[in-house]
Design a protein around this ligand. Structure first.
Ligand code: NAD
Length: 310
């Protein structure tokens, strides 16, 4: 029994995640939901009458719930959800409630919110738990959660069981904010792999190679990687990849820019030397502003870098 569950933020990721919960939690369960877009709240609740209930603020959700999941875009939205002095969660005695923030945000904001939560009640807890696997993974329930806690955290087992209703895996990454640090390192790497793959494909195509044959060479060689295998940046290589559907769906290039920039901030704050970071960030900033690329899947860097699309 997971008790009463709250869900805040019903966007591209949050809605399918909440849908998984609403489908998989037992019949008598109660789920309280909120989003700043009122229609999103009412439309979602209407799909699960008697099980999902629309609320008017993050605070209202938290008051009614034992455990609250949030999935909003950026640090300022997480601040609004938790720290707004009228409608925010941190405006009442939180008691033993558990909060799980799945948004990919800066580490400082996450740690500040965690501090506020535990200041309000020593038995309340807050976890960073960003996700990987995209909107399709959220719809299928196959996303991974990177949890900011130790494996022997008293709540880890409970959290894994709850999160497994929405995804396939929850990894305990260490202490508070280590889920976020892991996610930022992951996206730094996958962002650079997408750029490097796009460049290598572009070289080959311009040299006369068929990108499908070249991608099968990478798959058989030392360049084998998940981006080329499942998210190939060149259209027509992987039929289900966003690139083959004019880069529709997938992970928006502006989100990659946000995560890449957060990863760079982390790198600077810990003194990690980067050979590729600045160029990577410039590339995602440029692609985010390019009308041919904006709002499309981040692998559209292939197009941004002048890749030839057939
Ligand atoms: P989105 O913009 O589609 O959805 C965010 C939702 O939060 C919106 O419905 C918005 O109205 C709501 N919201 C904003 N401020 C709010 C507030 N104060 N209170 C309540 N609701 C509020 O974004 P998304 O794609 O769902 O991404 C959410 C987070 O997940 C981001 O941090 C993103 O980086 C991360 N993420 C996204 C993907 C992806 O493929 N889209 C994959 C992994 C991680």
């Amino acid at each position: 029994d997971f008790g009463k569950v709250g869900f805040i933020g019903l966007g591209a990721m949050g809605k399918p995640m909440a849908q998984q919960l609403a489908t998989k939690l037992p019949e008598q369960s109660r789920i309280y939901v909120f989003d700043v877009i009122e229609d999103a709240v009412h439309d979602f609740a209407a799909q699960f009458p008697g099980k999902v209930f629309p609320e008017g603020s993050a605070k209202d959700v938290a008051i009614k719930s034992d455990i609250v999941i949030s999935m909003v875009p950026e640090g300022n939205h997480v601040r609004e959800v938790y720290l707004n002095d009228q409608t925010g969660i941190c405006t009442f005695d939180l008691e033993k409630r558990i909060f799980i923030d799945c948004s990919t945000i800066d580490i400082a904001t996450s740690l500040e919110v965690k501090q506020r939560v535990t200041d309000l009640h020593p038995q309340a807890s807050f976890y960073d738990a960003p996700v990987s696997g995209g909107t399709l993974g959220a719809q299928k329930g196959t996303i991974s959660f990177f949890l900011g806690c130790e494996k022997d955290d008293p709540h880890f087992q409970f959290l894994s069981e709850l999160l497994s209703l929405m995804g396939k895996k929850a990894i305990a990454c260490g202490g508070p904010s280590f889920g976020l640090a892991s996610k930022l390192c992951n996206n730094y790497l996958s962002g650079l792999i997408a750029i490097a793959s796009s460049e290598a494909l572009n070289i080959g195509i311009r040299a006369g190679l068929d990108p499908r044959i070249l991608s099968s060479v990478f798959a058989a060689g030392t360049a084998q990687n998940n981006i080329c295998d499942s998210w190939n940046p060149c259209p027509g290589v992987v039929a289900e990849a966003p690139s083959s559907k004019d880069y529709q769906g997938g992970f928006k290039v502006q989100l990659m820019k946000k995560d890449f920039s957060l990863a760079m901030d982390l790198a600077h704050s810990v003194g990690a030397r980067l050979a590729l970071g600045e160029r990577g960030l410039e590339t995602y900033e440029g692609a985010s502003e390019d009308p041919r690329c904006r709002d499309l899947d981040s692998r559209v860097v292939f197009r941004y870098l002048g890749g030839i699309e057939n």
